[in-house]
Write a protein that binds this ligand. Structure first.
Ligand code: MG
Length: 263
């Protein structure tokens, strides 16, 4: 099932997407069943079904917090001249960094080197704490695409990552949440225009989705809608004004954003 969040007739709602094509892309026949309230627990359709082409898709969730995981693919650790972590390396991105599909990534004046990072995002479905590995599946709502946009020069200068990864627009999410997905063997890519920049697979995660959700939930309570970014494979690189960047994950879809300078 694909859960989206969208605006339509000046109203923002969650809905269930249907009638995508064989590639999982929207078509003129795609429809959305509108939900009452939120997408956690039992879904409550309000009976209205509308054309997907009549809405503007928004970020599929507004999390209370976003937990990033650094250095979680060995090939990326090598390209950063870093060392493999012995346990997951956590950082936080503020929820004010979230944008949706087709919104602008704004390059801040404080940085001259901003990188894309294609990542699988896990969306938490219920209040949870100290989740044992065998119960992780119960607390996951689904998965979406993320771009952990990072100001690399700021990251290096500051020595910690709050500013570098926390600027407004630095967490594109979308285009929707796929709830029926095995996250253990998914191709993940980043493209600028037609040029491939990153090409990895979630089977190469150092710490798996199960590892990460259990680990993070032992450090802090997770709320419905919270997002865990699982790390990025090799191939990170700069983005500049005018670039159109696509994050594509097998079984989910493509998240596309255009880059612009701060005014
Ligand atoms: Mg990252």
């Amino acid at each position: 099932m694909r859960i989206c969040r969208f605006s339509h007739d000046e109203e923002v709602s969650f809905g269930v997407l249907d009638n995508l094509d064989d590639q999982g892309e929207l078509t003129d026949n795609s429809i959305i069943a509108i939900l009452r309230g939120h997408p956690f627990g039992e879904l409550d359709p309000d009976g209205r079904v509308i054309a997907a082409s009549s809405v503007k898709l928004l970020a599929p969730i507004l999390p209370s917090k976003i937990i990033g995981i650094g250095k979680n693919y060995a090939d990326h650790v090598v390209e950063m001249n870093s060392e493999l972590p012995s346990e997951p390396l956590m950082f936080l991105k503020p929820n004010t960094s979230v944008i949706g599909p087709n919104e602008f990534i704004v390059l801040p004046q404080q940085s001259s080197i901003v990188h894309h990072e294609a990542e699988l995002a896990v969306v938490i479905g219920r209040f949870c704490k100290d989740v044992p590995r065998e119960r992780v599946a119960e607390v996951i709502l689904g998965y979406t695409c993320a771009n952990d946009v990072s100001a690399r020069d700021v990251q290096q200068n500051d020595g910690q990552w709050a500013r570098a990864k926390g600027f407004d627009t630095f967490c594109p999410l979308g285009p929707w949440i796929e709830t029926d997905l095995d996250p253990t063997n998914l191709a993940i890519s980043a493209y600028i225009g037609s040029q491939e920049r990153q090409s990895g697979n979630t089977k190469d995660l150092i710490f798996s989705v199960v590892d990460l959700v259990s680990y993070v939930s032992h450090q802090m309570t997770l709320l419905p809608g919270d997002v865990i970014l699982t790390g990025t494979p090799a191939g990170v690189g700069p983005i500049i004004a005018g670039d159109e960047i696509e994050i594509a994950i097998e079984g989910i879809g493509s998240l596309i954003n255009t880059v612009k300078d701060a005014q």
